[in-house]
Every structure is written in structure tokens, then in C-alpha cells.
Design a protein. Structure first.
Length: 247
């Protein structure tokens, strides 16, 4: 694989550190698509020589982008661009719909689908007695060929004809809407935690890597809880955007 040669415009009189200028210009090249996932950068020595900078300055710029999840160092390969981070607005939409709209080529692997007895938490949010049979789904969502999120959902039985094949081809919300479920509002809580060994394996992360979490309960136009989800996203690949309005 050949390295991608970037052109840099550095202002040596600027108070902005040179390492940060280099990092920001690489980051912008990733954002605009000039550097695509899998692209390999020149090694630190070549890049330092070409830009007339010290090797520690280049190493600091590269490490900054590695820490942000935009670059990865691979032994025997060099420094490569990883999958760009998915940015998602906070709206009552499904991840599948958002990825498709963003051209991220979503794909789904259904890990399990079947009935389960509602525990205290699930029973409480779905407003059913503890032990009631509900539909439980566990899926692995991919974006542009890379694992992005582990999705766990619980739904009342009989809402829609959900099958593994249907969930592989289409998003959950799309299937619910097709069945006549009119979702109107959701309560959502966002958090973070470390990946368990199983989650790390499924998501292609190291054990203990940071995950962004989202717990959501969705209600229809009659106020009935129709879906409860507990999702975990790769923090290096995913972020949420919120617009704040002064009232």
C-alpha cells in the first residue's frame, strides 16, 4: 500500500503549536475524504524531513490523532486512517436510518432474537408485570464494514412481525413504522463505561475501551411504551450532536 502525500500549510509565526497545525490539517483531510479509511501516512522521519520539523513534533501530532481515534499505528504497516467518526444528531430516528442517510452503508448481524421474561427494569419501562414475556433482540450494527454499535432492545409481543432476516435487511424503527406503529416521543439517557470482554470482542476494541452508552424508551402517539433499548457505541467512531436553544 502506498502512502498518501498531503500538502501542508504551516504558519511558523503563529502562536498555535506546530504539532497542532499538522494534526488539524491531517484531521481536515480525513473529514473531507482526501484521506480515506485505510490510507497510510508517510512515516514520521519522512514527514518530519519533508516539513522541516523535528521528529518529536510529528510524533506528537500523530499521537494526538491516535488518541482521538482518527489514526492507528499498525506494526509492519505504519500509520493508517481508521474509519471516520459517525456524528449523529439527537432525534427520534434509528441508527440504521441515520447511517443510511449519511451514506455509511449500514449492515446488521442479528446475534439473537426471541422471547424473554421481563426483569424489573424492563417491566417498569414497558409497563407490564415482572416476568411478562417480551421480545428481546441483540444486534451488531456495522458502518462502512466496521462494527460500530451493540444494540439490545426489548419490545411488547405482537407489535410487528420481526424476524432475523427482516432485521438484517432493515432498521427496527422502519419495521415498526411499516407495521403501523406511530412513534412520537422518547426518553433517552446518555452515558459512558468501559467495554466488557464480550463487547470488546464483538466491537473490535481492546478490553476496557471506552464505550458511549444510550438507554432509550420510545412511546407511540397513545403514550404506550413500544420499545426499550440499551445500546453501546465505540467512542472512537461515534458521537452525538445536540443543538441548544435559549428560551
Amino acid at each position: 500500500m502506498t502512502s498518501t502525500r498531503l500538502e501542508f500549510d504551516l504558519d511558523r509565526s503563529s502562536p498555535v503549536p506546530l504539532y497542532f497545525q499538522v494534526a488539524e490539517q491531517i484531521s481536515e483531510a480525513i473529514r473531507t475524504g482526501e484521506l480515506t479509511p485505510g490510507s497510510r501516512l508517510d512515516n514520521e522521519i519522512l514527514l518530519a524531513d519533508r516539513l522541516g520539523l523535528s521528529r518529536p513534533t510529528i510524533r506528537q501530532a500523530i499521537q494526538y490523532l491516535v488518541d482521538k481515534g482518527l489514526l492507528v499505528r499498525k506494526r509492519g504497516v505504519g500509520t493508517q486512517v481508521v474509519h471516520g467518526q459517525v456524528k449523529r444528531s439527537v432525534e427520534l430516528t434509528s441508527l440504521y436510518d441515520d447511517l443510511r442517510r449519511a451514506g455509511q452503508d449500514p449492515a446488521t448481524r442479528v446475534l439473537s432474537i426471541g422471547t424473554a421474561a421481563a426483569d424489573e427494569t424492563v417491566a417498569g419501562v414497558l409497563a407490564v408485570p415482572i416476568g411478562t414475556e417480551v421480545l428481546h433482540l441483540e444486534r451488531l450494527r456495522f458502518a462502512a464494514g466496521e462494527p460500530l454499535a451493540l444494540l439490545r432492545n426489548w419490545l411488547p409481543l405482537g407489535l410487528a412481525p420481526l424476524t432475523a432476516d427482516a432485521l438484517t435487511e432493515r432498521g427496527l424503527y422502519e419495521l415498526l413504522r411499516s407495521a403501523g406503529v406511530r412513534m412520537r416521543v422518547a426518553n433517552q439517557r446518555i452515558g459512558a463505561r468501559a467495554a466488557s470482554p464480550t463487547e470488546a470482542r464483538l466491537l473490535g476494541e481492546r478490553r476496557g475501551a471506552p464505550l458511549l452508552t444510550m438507554v432509550r424508551t420510545t412511546y407511540d402517539d397513545q403514550g404506550r411504551a413500544v420499545e426499550h433499548g440499551s445500546h453501546a457505541y465505540r467512542a472512537s467512531h461515534y458521537s452525538l450532536e445536540v443543538t441548544l436553544i435559549e428560551r
